[in-house]
Design a binder for this molecule. Structure first.
Ligand code: CA
Length: 227
């Protein structure tokens, strides 16, 4: 099981959508953006999101209608509506159409993040147990990685990739499986990025300790040797 929270951001103001996406990604979440409500409908049908951040004012079908149709189609993903300032009716209408919470624009980013995390299905990351494979440990709550008690400094993305392997020790994972575990859906041309990250990871988690645990399985992918 991979525990990264996956968010669908539905917002037609592209700069704001980008800002939200970058903020979420920077905090270790995965985020996809839909510009229109119609896009959100098929995207939410195709991918299991943990939470949807849905703007009310959208071209085409608006946020309320999008929310209503999502529920109609059986999508039970928690929905946070972004409403206009002081639009009390908006709030009521939002919760009426099946939204779980709302946030008034302009919002504080920390508040948005806290609400999205609270709504997401996944148990809070802080409750996740420390992962251990051999003498390598990864704490999903703090992103701390250690081998033999020595702290290893990794980027957010490196931790996400390592976590995919540490949740399935000994299993051969294809590049696609690693991509799906650690990236959102903008990854089409990134399959050789995996190879690059694997090299970074080996330089940090293996080489300084004189071990070779992150193995290449020719023609299949990669494997983290257990124990
Ligand atoms: Ca909008």
């Amino acid at each position: 099981m991979i525990c990264t929270v996956r968010v669908l951001v539905v917002e037609d103001e592209v700069p704001l959508a980008r800002l939200i996406r970058e903020g979420l990604t920077g905090d270790g979440l995965l985020a996809d953006v839909a510009i229109r409500g119609e896009d959100a409908l098929w995207m939410a049908g195709a991918t299991a999101y943990d939470v949807i951040c849905l703007d009310v004012n959208l071209p085409g079908i608006d946020g309320f209608e999008t929310c209503r149709r999502l529920r109609e189609e059986g999508v039970t993903t928690p929905i946070l509506m972004l409403t206009a300032r002081d639009a009390v009716d908006d709030r009521i209408a939002g919760l009426d159409t099946g939204a779980d919470d709302y946030l008034v624009k302009p919002f504080d980013f920390g508040e948005l993040l806290a609400r999205l995390r609270a709504l997401s299905r996944r148990p809070p990351v802080v409750d996740d147990a420390v992962l251990t494979v051999g003498d390598l440990t990864l704490d999903p709550a703090t992103h701390q990685v250690q081998r033999r008690g020595t702290h290893i400094d990794l980027s957010v993305k490196e931790v996400q990739i390592l976590e995919v392997f540490m949740r399935r020790p000994g299993e051969v994972l294809s590049r696609l499986q690693v991509l799906e575990g650690a990236w959102d859906s903008g990854y089409e041309n990134r399959s050789n990025v995996i190879d690059v990250y694997i090299r970074y990871l080996r330089e940090k988690i293996d080489r300084p300790f004189g071990v070779e645990t992150l193995e290449t399985v020719r023609g299949a992918g990669y494997r983290l040797r257990p124990g």
